[in-house]
Write a protein that binds this ligand. Structure first.
Ligand SMILES: [Zn+2]
Ligand SMILES: [Zn+2]
Length: 261
């Protein structure tokens, strides 16, 4: 069995959103407190972090994570990337590889040039980070673990989605292209984690209706909703998902662990 730990389940602002006094932001239910979206995959002994959010340090402390073997970055938006600096203590002693798309690799180098510069002899430690581009549309191994990566439209941008075994991760997408749908349906998924940002239509994300439509079409054994904004209250969304499906579909929450084959 492989394990997914939900490190964060919230949209880009995090929930509570600073300054907001809405019912969800003020909710005493800890399942309504959402750090920025990120997961940790554990396959055998190999731990792969997906996205380096601005909450990375807190997420590692909260979940007792003291080392990882590799990182996948889905795209360069701040809520998925800007915690990258907090990887430093994990790669002072040994190199750490970050896997991403070609475009995102270039964006990371532009945004965080100091992390990839030659070490100045009089400067302090610099992280040993290797940036690697994943190959799309075919098996691509990370630390001996087989992944299959594909690009998803995120409004005018693109995000890296992937399958690992019978698990699929579709974050920050506004659509799932037909050829990717074919791949996902053919895999007979144990677990799908999918973008579900809010109730009204959204230009760069799946809203509840679109998200549910894709879950129905993909028909995994279970599906978890992620990247949720403050318009979505945990209990109400859980009830709505239960009413709409005859298999488990549920909002994720920070700290939750799930298994897949
Ligand atoms: Zn995002
Ligand atoms: Zn709010």
């Amino acid at each position: 069995m492989n394990t997914i730990t939900i490190l964060g389940s919230g949209t880009s602002t995090g929930i509570p959103m600073l300054g907001c006094k809405c019912e969800v932001c003020k909710s005493p239910n800890v399942k309504n407190k959402r750090l920025r979206s990120s997961i940790l995959l554990q396959v055998g002994e190999v731990k792969v972090l997906v996205d380096t959010t601005p909450d990375l340090r807190t997420q590692f402390l909260d979940n007792d994570i003291d080392d990882i073997d590799a990182v996948i970055i889905t795209h360069d938006h701040a809520d998925h990337l800007h915690g990258i600096d907090d990887l430093r203590p994990l790669c002072f002693e040994h190199p750490l590889s970050i896997y991403t798309s070609l475009k995102c690799e270039q964006d990371i180098k532009t945004r965080f040039p100091y992390m990839f510069k030659e070490k100045h002899p009089d400067a302090g430690s610099i992280p040993m980070i290797n940036l690697e581009t994943v190959e799309l549309g075919k098996q691509f191994d990370i630390k001996g673990i087989p992944f299959e990566f594909f690009l998803l439209p995120h409004g005018p941008f693109t995000t890296l989605g992937f399958m690992q075994g019978s698990f699929a991760y579709l974050i920050d997408c506004s659509d799932v292209p037909e050829e990717t749908m074919k791949l996902l349906k053919a895999r007979n998924l144990d677990l799908l984690i999918i973008d579900c940002v809010q109730r009204p239509a959204h230009k760069t994300h799946l809203n509840v209706d679109k998200c549910f439509k894709f879950i129905k079409a993909i028909a995994p054994k279970q599906a978890g909703l992620i990247h949720m904004g403050h318009g979505l209250e945990h209990k109400k969304l859980a009830q709505e998902a239960a009413d709409n499906f005859n298999f488990p579909v549920f909002p994720l929450y920070d700290g939750l662990k799930l298994n897949y084959r």
